[in-house]
Each structure stands twice: as C-alpha cells, then as structure tokens.
Design a binder for this molecule. Structure first.
Ligand code: ZN
Length: 367
C-alpha cells in the first residue's frame, strides 16, 4: 500500500522520482477497482479532503518545501492533482461503461422472434347480429326507437291488447318488481317481456305514417337451457300508413331474411296468435344449413321458425287514436324477432348460453 513519503530532497530528480512512484501506485490501484464499493474506497483514499493522498501531498511536499523550491513544487503538485482527478474519473467511467455494456447484452432483442399478439376488441356476436338486423331495416327507411327496460303493466300488456287477467299473459313468465301490491295493476312495474311497449310509445309520440325498429334487451322468468335465457334481445318493427297490407309484411320480411341469410333463403308464413296482431303469423325460413333438404339442425323438416308477425290489431290503434291512428283510415304490420335465435341460425351456434359465458375461445371466432 502506497504511503506518501516525507521529502528531504526537493531537487527536480528527487521530485520526478516521487511523482513517478505516486503515479505508479495510482495506476495499480485504479486497475484493481472492479465494483462500486472498491471505487468509492479508491476515490476517497486519493481525493478525500481530510487525509486523502492529494491532501497529504499538499502537506508533506508543498508546505514542507523550502522557499526557493516552492514555485517548482507547486507546479508539480498541481500537475499531479490534475492527473489523479483524471484517472479517478476514468476509473469510474470504466466501471459504469463496463456495467452498461453488460446491460445492453442482457437487453438484446432478437428481432427474428415472433411478436406478442395483442387481442383487439371485437363486437359481441349478439350485438353484431342486432346491428345487422337494424341496418337492414334502416336501409328501408325505418328509424330506430328505444325504450325503458323497466316498464309498467300498461305499456307491456294492457295497451298491447293483453287486458288484465287475459290468459295470454301466462305465456310470458313476467318478472315483476316487488312491493307494488297496493298499486293499480296497470301502474305496476315489471321487467319488459318484449320490446313491443316501444311501439306504443312511438305511436304516442309520432303520428302516422310511422316506420320504426325497436332493438333492446328483454326479460322473462325462464330457466337457462340450450334455447332459453332469462335475458335476451329482440328487434321489433312496426310500419303504419294508409293501405298497408299483409303483402307489404311478407315482402318486407322476405327481403330482410334474404339480406341476413343470403338470396337463396325462402320464407313461408303460418297462422298464429298474438293479442296485438290480427291476423298473426309465424314466419319460417328455409334451413340455411341444408338449403331445405333436411338436416339435424332443422330436425329434418327443411324449415326453421324464426319470428312472429301480423297486422296490427285495430284494438291497439284505439289506445293511440288521439294521435291520428284511426283504424278506419290506417293499417299497419308488426314483427318481433329474437336476436340470439337469429345469431344461432346465422353462425350455427347450438347453445344460447355460449353467448353469455364470456369464453374467449368462443367469442374470438367472431373477431
Ligand atoms: Zn336443415
């Protein structure tokens, strides 16, 4: 370990030797520095104000130098000081530089590796189907109306020609809000069982002619199975004008099905019953999976029932007669379809619950 010697001889050769010894020691100690702790010791040993080697050089060489030599010794000590400072700085740089090149090595990126794929969001198949249906009707000049999911008995049933105690109410297991026993029946709140109340609300708002589609969520007290869900989506439609006939209904719905499932799809209508339409019909489409030949999906019948429709019952118009809906002057048709059912038919999904499980393996097929 280098120790700063006391000098007796302040002649240039003696000073040169002393300086050479000091610089040799500095070099040796610098190259022994391999980590931060060693570097700090090294720096303090050489440069600390109190008792660092440079301070000792100042005391033992410069201050001790006799008057005539002071100037020469002062210059030499200054040169040494500069040299020590440079080498201490270089030692630190070497240490950090070494570390950072190791870091660079560790961070090296192999650009030939396959990238990480990020999942981008996609529309849920049910909403996509709902948009598709709405867009088909929008292209035919229909406007879009929405209404509340919590409805009164009046809009959900009574104004749609389901009078209180009408047996047709039993066909829809309704979820009523609790604690309303004291209210009159027509004011009781319920989760709407269909989007049909929006049709009544639209007719109250807008006089004829009227063409609207009403997309939305509906609720029924059904247990979840392969084809039923307590919450599902509907798109209903209503067209009211002078001289609307059943032919308009057939033509409109046939066009809509061809738009959704392809031009080779055929439609047919069967008599049915709904309280708010007269006559009422169920519409079937030719099976899109087998083209009507018969397969497991259509239970080998070649046809699949897809929606309910009919001519608006004049009794319904009576509820909005004040807004220009005089059943003697106008007529109209209405239809309603389950969006999940349309989607199952479109994409060959055989279990409705797949739409609600949020399973990415199922959903990403629609991305
Ligand atoms: Zn089939």
């Amino acid at each position: 370990m280098y120790i700063v010697p006391k000098l007796d001889d302040f002649s240039p050769p003696s000073l040169d030797r002393a300086a050479a010894d000091l610089l040799a020691a500095l070099d040796a100690e610098s190259s022994a520095v391999t980590d931060d702790a060693a570097y700090k010791n090294f720096r303090d040993r050489w440069m600390a104000r109190k008792n660092g080697i440079l301070t000792q050089v100042n005391d033992l060489w410069l201050k001790a130098a006799p008057g005539p030599q002071k100037r020469d010794v002062g210059q030499r000590v200054n040169q040494l000081k500069t040299r020590v400072e440079e080498l201490v700085a270089a030692t630190e740089q070497h240490l950090r530089g070494g570390a950072s090149s190791e870091k660079l090595e560790a961070d090296r990126i192999d650009v030939t590796l396959p990238g990480n794929r990020h999942h981008i969001g996609a529309q849920h198949p049910v909403l996509r189907m709902m948009d598709d249906v709405v867009n088909v009707f929008r292209a035919m000049g229909y406007s879009i109306e929405e209404g509340p999911e919590v409805e009164t008995d009046y809009y959900n049933f009574e104004a749609l020609n389901f009078p209180p105690n009408h047996p047709a109410r039993d066909t829809q297991d309704t979820l009523f809000l609790a604690g309303q026993e004291k209210k009159p029946t027509r004011d009781r709140l319920l989760m709407r069982t269909h989007t049909s109340p929006v049709q009544i609300r639209s007719m109250m708002k807008t006089p004829p002619p009227l063409r609207v589609v009403c997309p939305g969520k509906v609720h029924r007290n059904d247990a979840l199975d392969a084809t039923h869900s307590p919450v599902f989506h509907q798109v209903e439609g209503l067209a009211v004008d002078a001289n609307i006939t059943f032919s308009d209904l057939k033509g409109t719905l046939d066009h809509a099905m061809k738009s959704l499932y392809g031009s080779s799809i055929k439609t047919r209508f069967y008599p049915s019953f709904f309280p708010f339409t007269e006559p009422s019909a169920d519409m079937q489409v030719s099976c899109p999976f087998c083209g009507g030949k018969g397969c497991r999906k259509c239970k080998f019948g070649g046809w699949i029932e897809i929606l309910g429709c009919g001519m608006v019952d004049p009794n319904v118009f009576e509820f909005v007669r004040d807004n220009g809906y005089d059943p003697a002057k106008i007529s109209g048709f209405a239809f309603g379809m389950g969006v999940e059912r349309l989607a199952m038919l479109k994409w060959g999904v055989d279990d409705i619950s797949l739409f609600y499980q949020g399973d990415i393996r199922f959903l990403e097929q629609f991305a």
